[in-house]
Design a protein around this ligand. Sequence first.
Ligand code: 13P
Length: 257
Amino acid sequence: MHRRFIVAGNWKMHGSRDTVMRLVKGITDGAAVSSDIDIVLFPTYVHLAQVHALLQGTAIVCGAQNLYPGTQGAFTGEVSGPMLVDAGCCYALIGHSERRAILHEGLELVAAKFQAAQQAGLIPLLCVGETQAEREHKQTEQVIAQQLASVMEKVGAEAWSQAVIAYEPIWAIGTGLTATPEQAQHVHAFIRAYIAKQHVAIAGGIRILYGGSVKPDNAAQLFAMPDIDGGLIGGASLDAKSFLAICAAANKSAVMA
Ligand code: 13P
């Protein structure tokens, strides 16, 4: 089954109007050569409208790093799915490990956010992954199965047809320690097989991205693995040249596939 690669930039809590403008310009100036992949940018909430405007006329789309499961109401400080669609978003990151750990988002809340994103018309990009300790205790598959199961129980297996998954081992995020292509492939195959138990065709089509210290010099080896369909990039997405090099590596894999 042909799966179109995605390279996504998660900017986390970085940027000013000025740096965002220069970063988007740098990316759009060089992205045309990577036309065989999908490129998605995830700025902070406050930069979404600006980024969306700068992306007009390009094939690059933007998404939000979070949302609140609800449409509107007395939820001070929160932003809903419909508001994000109105601001020009196509995607929403759901269950990033930083939100699970720092903002204490539990399995139920993550599942509710996944559902709210889809109900608003956003594509949820669900992040799953294990800690270093869980890996050492050989609990990686168990942890990821639980992260997938809680979403599946809430929305049903069919919902995976309108979603993207990112495998982000927590020990590889921002540490410079990348999972080896073989380690990542093993977990990606596990995720696909897990979904295949519920729905074989959807499992064959769902895109599973790898995230965790992806850089221009390791991207090609990761993207060559059969179940890795692109990357969710943190640090390297803040530099147009690095991000474009990763896009080019994905585009090369896409063309060869
Ligand atoms: P780094 O690429 O900085 O390791 O971050 C990965 C990540 O968390 C993307 O969501």
